[in-house]
Design a protein around this ligand. Structure first.
Ligand code: COA
Length: 223
């Protein structure tokens, strides 16, 4: 899709929160985008529960992209993500987890995912969410499009997650990616720069044909 259409799209695309009536459409989109099957209760939750920030981008009333995030206290982090924030942050601080972000294939590379992510980040940088210190997500090691997107949007790899996914009978590796917000910081240890370097090297080797992946910085980026 050309950048001329991109300009046209920018005027036509609207943002709105998901509602229960979107369930069937959202389920179909997620089945197209992700190799993972989610239970029906998950679709019920993301289209109806106020626990989630579930935002859709629409074009002539059709959903062409969506982002789903959950804002939760640090204590609710899973074991593998528990070290996302420095230990100086109390258990009451919050983190935002991106459960889902996708754009219909014909509409990609037009800034739609960026628009959705920017809306989430604007929401998180309001006074009400000053306590939210990081936005994070998990991504399949082989999902080059998503890795490039998050890198481009200043997310940084946090952990390599070996055998994190089980898809169609096969174990697959993943990464966690983090963007620090509102003064959030990663934990610091003597080994921290080395660990980051090793993760970047792993991504770089995996994506050796993509020069974009040359490590840009070992420092976390904070909004
Ligand atoms: C990843 C995804 C959401 C990106 O959506 P998008 O609307 O195309 O992203 P944007 O247009 O906002 O991209 C912003 C920037 O990210 C980078 N980027 C995004 N997709 C890219 C790709 N396929 N190749 C290289 N860079 C890419 C580019 O720098 C792009 O800016 P540019 O187009 O001006 O060069 C989309 O590819 C998608 O839906 N993939 C399938 C679902 C998925 O894997 N979701 C992520 C799960 S963790």
């Amino acid at each position: 899709m050309s950048k001329v259409l991109s300009l046209h799209l920018q005027q036509e695309v609207q943002l709105r929160f998901l509602c229960p009536g979107d369930l069937v459409e959202v389920k179909k989109l997620c089945a197209d985008w992700f190799p993972i099957e989610y239970p029906d209760s998950w679709y019920d939750d993301i289209t109806s529960s106020s626990r989630f920030f579930s935002l859709a981008a629409t074009y002539h009333s059709r959903i062409i992209g969506l982002i789903v995030a959950e804002i939760k206290p640090k204590v609710k982090l899973n074991k593998e993500d528990a070290d996302i924030l420095a230990t100086c942050f109390p258990p009451t601080v919050q983190v935002a987890y991106i459960l889902s972000l996708g754009v219909v294939e014909d509409f990609r590379r037009n800034g739609i995912a960026s628009l959705l992510l920017d809306s989430l980040l604007s929401h998180l940088t309001t006074k009400e969410f000053f306590n939210c210190k990081a936005v994070y997500l998990h991504v399949l090691e082989s999902n080059g499009d998503a890795l490039r997107f998050y890198e481009r949007r200043n997310f940084r790899p946090h952990s390599f997650l070996p055998y994190y996914y089980f898809i169609q009978g096969k174990s697959r590796h993943g990464y966690s990616y983090v963007l620090y917000t509102n003064g959030g910081q990663p934990p610091w240890s003597v080994l921290y720069p080395l660990i980051k370097y090793l993760i970047y090297s792993h991504i770089w080797i995996h994506c050796i044909s993509i020069p974009f992946f040359i490590p840009k910085s070992l420092h976390p980026i904070t909004l």
